[in-house]
Design a protein around this ligand. Structure first.
Ligand code: HEC
Ligand code: HEC
Ligand code: HEC
Ligand code: HEC
Ligand code: HEC
Ligand code: HEC
Ligand code: HEC
Length: 442
């Protein structure tokens, strides 16, 4: 059975015969990838390849799989374990009660609009955040409007030109190579554009009877306001997965396509767990991706049930330090999702992984200090740049007589010295969440 969209895609495919290559084995994470210019890093090609391989799937010891959010609460290692591990580098032992993308809960998802009625504050904040804008039809973005009609030259293969055209919901990328034109339809814009935006095209393969994807060769970089080679796709970043890369981009098999979109959406398919379905995907990180399905909650609230009946799978009480590391870290990356060989103080690429940083900090103390993401952030809104509030958070704990004090500047801007900005992948700035003495990290 073929639906109309597939048909268009198939026609295009036979025109361009582009999407045949699939057999890729791993999703490489976007934007993490290019090796850093730090002196200590990238001395050898091996380091660069290690950085390219920076992905949850490549943990040396298999640990918990990324799941589709807290639709059922995992055990909390701090409250459930009698004897918490003293080492702060030990991955938390969490149990997963849910298969990734469990769809048995789909009928209980009600959508953000319903929440607005009773939680207008959270709803308004969330609507303006990156979480609510991280996956869109490619043609509907302002970046696509800007690209419409423009041409870009491939800096690594200067004989190849790309021309962009907005076609409704899609962005069409036309490759011009040796006089031949090949059209690649791009369906999704991934990323809000806070740092950048990448484009993904999906394609139904009749032989495999499933969707495959292509991550476009070029991405938009917000700071420099231009299109350039997608991080991880440059010559030097390809590592050993060469077969995934072509001059049109990186091919993704169904698994890799699903993984890519899963961190940027609420569910990727309402039909089958762990699958991708363009008709039932719920894009963006909605309220219920974090809090769990809310149908019962809404019905209880409307009936005027007592407060204890209104608890959500992830609510105020259950959002403990370990739980936040686990849930936020499923996407933002926690220690157990990163290869141990990558975790050392000189690897500033780690600044991209805030939960990992926090877990590695003495301040976190395996969750026992109470430090969590929401100590410093409202999980609903954009990141605040009110420095005084962050400093207050530090001082709140460190003024306690039992805590160590800063001998250098006990009243200064703690963040500037202890949570500095780092340049990641050569172009992006992230805040280092591994709170430590600056002398240790050089
Ligand atoms: C389903 C995956 C996922 C989960 C779970 C998740 N995030 Fe995010 N988060 C993202 C993505 C993707 C972005 C980038 C959004 C964009 O395109 O700008 C992001 C962006 C952010 C930002 C920057 C937002 C802005 O607009 O400035 C903050 C802060 C943040 N997340 C905090 C959290 C916290 C805290 C949690 C846990 C309570 C969490 N996230 C859980 C995927 C996730
Ligand atoms: C393990 C979860 C995960 C996977 C898989 C993942 N991302 Fe992300 N992505 C994130 C998080 C978290 C952020 C926000 C923090 C950051 O930029 O690192 C993000 C940020 C981004 C951004 C920058 C958004 C902005 O403007 O700040 C882009 C672009 C992006 N991702 C594209 C992709 C593409 C394309 C894929 C698949 C090929 C992908 N991501 C796979 C979690 C993920
Ligand atoms: C990125 C994950 C994430 C998303 C998305 C998210 N929340 Fe939350 N929310 C949290 C966390 C974590 C807490 C607990 C905060 C704390 O530690 O106090 C919370 C707390 C709340 C609370 C309780 C506030 C209080 O102090 O009593 C409400 C109500 C709420 N969220 C509603 C929403 C609504 C409505 C949406 C969508 C518009 C939403 N949330 C989206 C993570 C999220
Ligand atoms: C008809 C009103 C109503 C609607 C609709 C509603 N809520 Fe609530 N919600 C409440 C009330 C009442 C409480 C308890 C008092 C409070 O915390 O404000 C509550 C509390 C919460 C809490 C804190 C619960 C806890 O366990 O700590 C979260 C999280 C939350 N709501 C999320 C949502 C989300 C997400 C949606 C939409 C999918 C939603 N609510 C829709 C009325 C509503
Ligand atoms: C929830 C409480 C809490 C908060 C908030 C907190 N810390 Fe800590 N911090 C601790 C604990 C506990 C330790 C370990 C015991 C000690 O050194 O007092 C610690 C240790 C440290 C250390 C020593 C690190 C090492 O490797 O020896 C530094 C530096 C530090 N904190 C700085 C900060 C800064 C800067 C902030 C704000 C960005 C901050 N802390 C916020 C609890 C906290
Ligand atoms: C001790 C305070 C503190 C805690 C705890 C904290 N953050 Fe942050 N976070 C910051 C500061 C400071 C910034 C930079 C704000 C700015 O740009 O002015 C930041 C920025 C961010 C950003 C924006 C991108 C970046 O790196 O600059 C994300 C995403 C983020 N934090 C996620 C998280 C997550 C997820 C957690 C929990 C694992 C967390 N944070 C816990 C202080 C904190
Ligand atoms: C100008 C940079 C700077 C500022 C600002 C600063 N610190 Fe420090 N801090 C340092 C350095 C450098 C060290 C390591 C000193 C040493 O070990 O001799 C340090 C050490 C510490 C320690 C560890 C002390 C110990 O005995 O191990 C703590 C805790 C700490 N700072 C907290 C803070 C807090 C909280 C703030 C904000 C109120 C702050 N610092 C502001 C540079 C700074």
């Amino acid at each position: 059975m073929q639906n109309p969209i597939d048909k268009i895609r198939l026609t295009r495919a036979s025109r361009s015969a582009l999407f045949i290559g699939i057999g890729s084995s791993l999703v490489l994470l976007l934007f993490i990838l290019m090796g850093r210019t730090d002196k200590d890093l990238n001395k050898s090609k091996q380091t660069r390849i290690d950085l390219v391989a920076f992905h949850p799937q490549q943990v040396e010891k298999p640990t918990v799989e990324a799941s589709a959010g807290p639709l059922a609460p995992p055990a909390d290692p701090v409250t459930d374990s009698q004897d918490p591990k003293p080492s702060r580098m030990e991955p938390p032992k969490l149990q997963q009660y849910l298969v990734p993308g469990d769809i048995s809960v789909v009928s209980k998802i009600v959508g953000n609009k319903v929440c607005a009625e009773c939680h207008p504050g959270e709803h308004a904040l969330h609507a303006g955040s990156g979480h609510a804008r991280t996956l869109k039809p490619a043609g509907k973005t302002t970046v696509a409007q800007k690209l419409n009609g423009t041409t870009v030259r491939d800096t690594e293969s200067p004989h190849i030109l790309w021309q962009y055209l907005v076609a409704g919901e899609r962005l069409e990328a036309e490759q011009i190579k040796e006089g031949k034109r090949t059209c690649i339809p791009l369906d999704y814009a991934v990323g809000s554009g806070e740092h950048g935006m990448s484009f993904v095209g999906v394609q139904y393969s009749t032989s495999l009877q499933e969707y495959t994807g292509i991550e476009h060769r070029f991405s938009y970089y917000t700071r420099s306001d231009h299109m350039d080679i997608t991080p991880g796709q440059g010559e030097r970043d390809r590592g050993s997965k060469k077969q995934e890369f072509g001059d049109t981009g990186r091919t993704m098999n169904k698994t890799n396509l699903t993984k890519c979109l899963d961190c940027h959406s609420t569910i990727t398919s309402a039909k089958k767990a762990g699958d991708f379905d363009p008709f039932t995907i719920i894009p963006n990180i909605s309220c219920e991706r974090c809090h769990g399905p809310a149908k019962d909650h809404v019905e209880a609230a409307r009936r005027g049930d007592p407060l204890e009946k209104l608890a959500m799978p992830l609510g105020v009480e259950s959002a403990t330090p370990a739980r936040q590391i686990h849930e936020c870290g499923t996407c933002h990356r926690r220690i157990d999702l990163v290869s141990p060989s990558m975790i050392h103080e000189d690897n500033h690429e780690l600044a991209r992984f805030q939960p990992l940083g926090l877990q590695a900090s003495a301040c976190f103390n395996d969750g026992k200090s109470g430090l969590k993401c929401t100590t410093c952030h409202d999980p609903h809104g954009k990141v605040s740049n009110n420095r005084a509030n962050y400093v207050n958070a530090c001082v709140n704990c460190h003024q306690n007589p039992s805590q160590s004090k800063c001998k250098v500047e006990p009243k200064g801007d703690c963040i500037q010295c202890h949570m500095p900005k780092r340049t990641v992948s050569e172009v992006f700035e992230f805040t280092d969440h591994w709170i430590r003495s600056p002398k240790k990290s050089k």
